[in-house]
Design a protein. Structure first.
Length: 94
């Protein structure tokens, strides 16, 4: 697991977890930055699965419609921090 990993010249992912051959990029969104722009940069620059941990439901609602295609393809998981345990169990026990 690595932190603040450069994905593009202007953006670093918060966390990158790698277990060959799988790579997961984690973006933690608190609402203090441009969450949509951050996700766009990561999704455009990488073919890895992206998990975005969101601080609240409002942020989730704001991002769901814009990134619905990525969610449908399984490239992006938008998770409110209170749902993290359920997501982790699903991810580790397919």
């Amino acid at each position: 697991m690595s932190y603040e990993v450069a994905i593009t010249e202007s953006h670093a992912a918060d966390i990158v977890a790698t277990k060959d051959p799988q790579r997961i990029i984690v973006e933690i969104e608190t609402g203090k930055s441009d969450a949509a722009n951050n996700l766009r940069k990561v999704l455009d620059a990488s073919t890895s699965q992206v998990v975005s941990l969101l601080i609240n439901e409002v942020l989730l609602k704001n991002l769901e419609a814009e990134f619905a295609a990525y969610v449908a393809l399984g490239r992006l998981n938008l998770i409110v921090s209170s749902d993290l345990t359920n997501f982790w169990l699903k991810l580790t026990n397919p």
